[in-house]
Design a protein around this ligand. Structure first.
Ligand code: SF4
Length: 111
């Protein structure tokens, strides 16, 4: 499958996972397209669409927490920011994703 087709397929499947969690794709289409393309490349390399923004440690238990969409594993943190770490997904009510900075977990006061 070519990159564009795979991006479309991932978008279709991911939508079904994130919608019930209260998230949507970022309205920043350029960003969404870029991140999905990175995931397709990671999937080609590792067989799994890993997160483009988080390290892979080659430790199965940890690595499963950075497979997209990783929202269930980081729910409190992402809900606090109203976005996932990469910004591919945002809360459904978000219209200006640029207004939502990444806030490290250690600074979110959730630990
Ligand atoms: S941070 Fe976002 S883009 Fe990265 S794996 Fe998690 S949900 Fe996907």
């Amino acid at each position: 499958m070519d990159v564009e087709s795979r991006k479309k397929a991932l978008r279709y499947f991911f939508e079904k996972v994130i919608d019930p969690l209260g998230y949507k794709f970022t309205p920043d289409e350029e960003m969404a397209d870029f991140l999905l393309e990175q995931e397709v490349m990671l999937e080609k390399k590792h067989g799994i669409p890993f997160c483009p923004c988080q390290p892979i440690k080659h430790e199965r238990t940890y690595d499963m927490t950075v497979v997209c969409p990783c929202i269930p594993f980081h729910r409190k943190h992402f809900d606090f920011m109203k976005r996932c770490w990469c910004g591919l997904y945002v809360h459904k009510d978000v219209t200006d994703p640029d207004s939502l900075p990444q806030i490290p977990l250690s600074e979110a006061g959730l630990e």
